[in-house]
Design a protein. Structure first.
Length: 132
């Protein structure tokens, strides 16, 4: 059974295509999101323009949050985050702060990152990346 952590890009793609959440993983896979992914989805609600768009986005995000467990940012994730951040600084390959937190969560929880934008995660030690 695969242990996956979904990047925000995958969930946004599901929302835009109005696909079922089940389309991003096989039934036997253990799927979760990082706490920062939940925050990114919630920001999307806050920034939605038209009331109709805000309502549909709220419904989607609440569905995601009710169906997919959220991995917390705890000390284990903080340690992995520190190691990955130090690696990127030494290598001179800066990454987005949220991508690093997602990667650190995946690393600490022994999960693969599922993303549509692998460039934010490639080359990070110990982080396994796959496209949906």
């Amino acid at each position: 059974m695969g242990r996956l952590i979904l990047d925000t890009s995958v969930l946004i793609d599901v929302e835009r295509r109005t696909s079922a959440l089940a389309s991003v993983a096989r039934p036997d896979e253990d799927v979760a999101i990082a706490a920062v992914t939940a925050a990114e989805l919630l920001v999307g609600i806050e920034l939605a323009g038209a009331e109709e768009r805000r309502a549909s986005r709220t419904a989607f995000v609440e569905l995601v949050l009710s169906k997919i467990p959220v991995e917390t940012y705890d000390l284990d994730v903080a340690r992995a985050h520190a190691a990955l951040l130090a690696h990127t600084r030494r290598a001179g390959t800066p990454r987005g702060a949220h991508d690093l937190i997602i990667a650190a969560t995946a690393l600490a929880r022994e999960r693969e990152v599922v993303t549509l934008d692998a460039s934010g995660f490639e080359g990070l030690p110990g982080v396994i990346v796959r496209s949906p």
